[in-house]
Design a protein around this ligand. Structure first.
Ligand code: GLN
Length: 489
């Protein structure tokens, strides 16, 4: 088998499997072998069970041999972020408090992936309870960026992004509350897609901030992101916030735009004015804008005047929701119990020992903004500003089809570089407002920085605007100067 697995996509794997050029067992063994060599350095996976993976691959090969394949993707491996439940497996959210909890059910996305025959390939590292932008908040290990192992992979879905970038698996699932799919994808040179809030069921995703959380794919290219979205999206009676089915197939007609004539790309002036935007990242955006222009797109200036409040608003709303969502991890209902003399002490000891510093910081902040004396001053105000942010986007879409921004103000940073939480929070300055607005957004590798690290470009589209967003991303991907983003690990 002389296939370069480090560059293999879902759509190419489907063709190889169909043409019997490779079997699922061969494919999974090749990834396991690569992971064996690279994991000591990358540490993307919290769990990688060879036996479990190969038994799923064998079952897939049997189905194909009996002409009973479940879909063209039967036998293709996908890694899963450790906050999405798979029946019979631990789901730790990279937290000590959930170290031993075994999921009694499959998340809806997992049920759907299994239904199409995908092989579930290990569980990926993350910031504890998805709180962070570097994976340094995991209670278990620090994942490294495959482009430079002295740098972080981004977060919170850093394990998923690093595993795909390192070629240890074909694709992975992440979750995005304020940028956790798009930011690590950008820092690792892969595609990360956050669909519109509610497109994909959150049933089985351990909640961080329920009004912002969204599951999405991290992949090698836009077509793969579309394929996984096709498999996962749709109304789910188990998630009251899930949107109705629209019977779209995002992976079909991706090539239908031959150029971008008639397409308007919005450039929010505030985004390009912010302090802390790295000059190399700015240059990469300028180069990308030239690609869009050469394809015939019209660049229009738009304004998102309230975006300067996005990070502050997010840290009110997300922490408020997190403090309520994480109340269930008390050692009685869920989580490792630390035995103590009284009920109150049991709660205190359990939560004191089980949660890491960042999670505690957020619970305290969230409890504060929800407390009776401060509720109106912070939480109610935050919700009002959120509405203004959403309206800014709606106004902008009157002038453009999609909005272009950087994903992250810098490329991947060094471990320990952002030890001040406020500095870390600013890593999501470009991604957070998409979640507050509920819109869809994608991170597509755009360029390589002079420092050798990848730079991602973000495109944001209106609610339910995935089809157009993916098509525009796809044509950009085909026409950007750098064709392949493969780290030299
Ligand atoms: N980095 C942001 C945070 O720490 C976003 C995280 C996310 O999207 N899950 O909250």
């Amino acid at each position: 088998m002389s296939i370069r697995i480090e560059n293999l996509t879902i759509h190419e794997s489907a063709r190889l499997l169909e043409g019997k050029k490779i079997s699922s067992v061969e494919l999974c063994k090749a990834y396991l072998e690569r992971a064996k060599n690279l994991e000591p350095k990358v540490k993307a996976f919290l769990k990688l069970n060879e036996e479990e993976i190969l038994s799923q691959a064998q079952a897939s090969d049997r189905r194909r041999a009996e002409s009973k394949k479940l879909s063209p993707y039967d036998g293709i491996p996908v890694a899963v972020k450790d906050n999405i439940t798979v029946k019979g497996q631990t789901c730790t959210c990279a937290s000590k408090i959930l170290q031993k909890v075994v999921s009694p059910y499959d998340a809806t996305v997992i049920r759907k992936l299994k239904g199409k025959g995908f092989v579930l390939f290990g569980r990926t590292n993350m910031d504890e309870f998805a709180m962070g932008s570097s994976c340094e908040n995991s209670a278990y290990q620090k994942t490294a960026n495959p482009w430079n192992v002295g740098c972080v992979p981004g977060g919170s879905s850093g394990g998923s992004a690093a595993s795909v970038a390192a070629g240890e698996v074909t694709a992975a699932l992440g979750s995005d509350t304020g940028g956790s799919i798009r930011q690590p994808a950008s820092l690792c040179g892969v595609v990360g897609f956050k669909p519109t809030y509610g497109r994909i069921s959150r049933y089985g995703l351990i909640a961080f901030a329920s009004s912002l959380d969204q599951i999405g794919p991290i992949t090698r290219d836009v077509e793969d992101a579309a394929i996984l979205t096709d498999v996962m999206y749709g109304r789910d009676s188990k998630d009251a916030t899930s949107l109705p089915d629209t019977n779209e197939k995002f992976s079909e007609g991706l090539d239908s735009l031959k150029d971008l004539k008639g397409i308007k790309i919005g450039l929010p002036k505030e985004c390009f004015e912010i302090e802390g935007l790295d000059t190399g990242v700015r240059k990469s955006m300028e180069k990308s804008i030239e690609v869009f222009k050469s394809l015939g797109a019209e660049m229009v200036q738009v304004s998102l005047p309230h975006s300067k409040y996005a990070v502050a608003t997010y840290y009110v709303i997300a922490t408020a929701e997190a403090s309520a969502n994480l109340a269930r991890f008390d050692g009685i209902r869920y989580g490792n119990r630390v035995k103590a003399d009284s009920l109150l002490e049991t709660y205190l000891e359990t939560r004191g020992a089980g949660f890491g510093d960042e999670v505690k910081r957020r619970i305290i902040l969230g409890t504060f903004v929800l407390s009776s004396g401060y509720y109106d001053a912070y939480y109610t105000k935050g919700q009002k500003v959120r509405t203004l942010i959403r309206r800014d986007f709606q106004e902008a879409y009157k002038k453009c089809d999609v909005i272009l921004t950087p994903v992250s103000p810098t490329t991947a940073f060094k471990f320990g570089e952002k030890s001040d939480p406020l500095q870390m929070y600013l890593a999501d300055i470009f991604t957070i407002s998409t979640n507050l607005a509920g819109n869809c957004g994608i991170s597509v590798p755009a360029d390589i920085h002079a420092n050798g690290l990848p730079v991602g470009l973000q495109l944001v589209g209106p609610d339910m605007g995935e089809k157009q967003l993916l098509r525009i991303s796809h044509i950009f991907e085909k026409n950007r100067a750098i064709k392949e983003f493969i780290p030299g690990i």
